[in-house]
Design a protein around this ligand. Structure first.
Ligand code: CP3
Length: 356
């Protein structure tokens, strides 16, 4: 099998013969084989076994036919290196035993030591770099999203404590953003040195902010992360998470190659709000996967039709897969995206060549 670089080409806005696909949270609980492994080990235990973490990373590539792998890990893993004690609790998510609430808590955070504390992650990337025939995407959590867990102590609906710190003690807030920005930069740079082929910065919950608050309290750190990593040749993705449509016009100075869109803006509208400056990725509502296959295909075709009006489109969901998703439907959807887009691209290039 030859190496499939469609994902890299599309994120650089180069011509592709068919639309590349991957799914956020593609390594996970919808797969019965993964659930079996989870009966024996926790997520953190798996991550500390590079061979096993690499195997789980490769499972969706084989089973779904996707054009990229995403490292099996969690956005919380690197915060252990800062001195944060946490667990990933079933059906809740990350739970932090010593939440960050004061300037002293922020001052006590240590700088990340990737080689010393997260060598197992780098080892997993090295294994995958040898084995995969598709690009490996690695990732980090963005400062707001990580801060929301560190401050709340667990997943939150309204981010009351997070926003209380942001509004009430902006100096402490910015110190925290700086430290989490430094963490993301060092961690992602080490991933790329170990063989990662692209990275995504997950800002899953930043859509909870007004555009003005995003601009003031978060965006400077996002701009700094991408500016400091700009020299890396690998494609760089920013995913501003759920309900981020109103934030898209703010991203003009973020040096990312591709922006992930959630399903509340169309691909066409997302591109308009981004001034057609980057590639885009998205954005099927993951709940549409509960529909019968012909309905799923109708939604996917609409997204692809919009995606293919310009170079620079990667098919994905607007947010992560639910554990209830069906492996069979996902494999069918991948095949559909490939076949439908291939046909469409072939007929577009015939038109351009003047054959029709
Ligand atoms: O397949 C992949 O996408 C790669 C693996 C991956 C995981 N977490 C594994 C995981 C990735 C990319 C993440 C990122 C992540 N983790 C995000 C950003 C993406 C998003 O969904 O917005 C966030 C917000 C987290 C924090 C987190 N970790 C949550 C909210 C949960 C879910 C809690 C639950 O049980 O529903 C986790 C746990 C987690 N991370 C699981 C997996 C496969 C599920 C539990 C498990 O299998 O142990």
């Amino acid at each position: 099998m030859t190496y499939n670089d469609r994902f890299i080409r599309a994120s650089r806005r180069e011509q592709v013969d068919r639309v590349p696909v991957w799914y956020m949270r593609q390594a996970g609980r919808y797969d019965p084989d993964y659930r079996k492994i989870k009966e024996k080990y926790s997520l953190l235990e798996i991550c500390k076994q590079p061979e096993l973490a690499a195997e789980i990373t490769m499972m969706p590539v084989k089973k779904l036919g996707v054009d990229a792998a995403i490292l099996y890990s969690d956005i919380m893993n690197p915060v252990a290196s800062l001195g944060i004690d946490f667990d990933i609790v079933a059906n809740i998510g990350p739970v932090i035993h010593n939440p960050i609430r004061s300037s002293g808590d922020v001052a006590r955070l240590k700088p990340i030591d990737v080689e010393g504390d997260l060598g197992h992650v780098l080892e997993t990337i090295k294994i995958l770099n040898r084995e995969l025939q598709v690009p490996l995407i690695t990732f980090a959590g963005a400062p707001f999203t990580i801060a929301s867990y560190l401050i709340e102590g667990r997943p939150s609906k309204n981010y009351l404590k997070t926003k209380a710190l942001m509004y009430g003690e902006p100096e402490v807030w910015f110190q925290l953003m700086d430290k989490l920005g430094d963490m993301a930069i060092a961690y992602l740079r080490a991933h790329m040195a170990a063989g990662g082929k692209a990275f995504q910065l997950f800002d899953s919950w930043v859509g909870a902010l007004t555009p003005g608050d995003f601009r003031r309290f978060v965006l400077p750190t996002i701009e700094r992360i991408f500016a400091e990593l700009w020299d890396l040749p690998q494609p760089k993705i920013y995913f501003p998470g759920v309900s981020s449509g109103e934030l898209l016009p703010e991203l003009g100075e973020v040096k990312a190659d591709m922006i992930g869109l959630d399903w509340r803006v169309s691909i066409a509208e997302g591109r308009r709000r981004l001034n057609h400056r980057t590639a885009v990725q998205g954005n099927l509502d993951p709940t549409v996967l509960t529909a019968p296959m012909p309905v799923i295909e109708q939604y996917a075709a609409d997204i692809i039709d919009q995606g293919l009006t310009e170079n620079g489109f990667v098919f994905n969901l607007g947010h992560g897969l639910f554990p209830e998703a069906s492996l069979e439907k996902l494999a069918e959807l991948t095949a559909f995206v490939h076949a439908y887009s291939e046909k469409k691209i072939a007929s577009q290039s015939k038109e351009e060549a003047g054959y029709v």
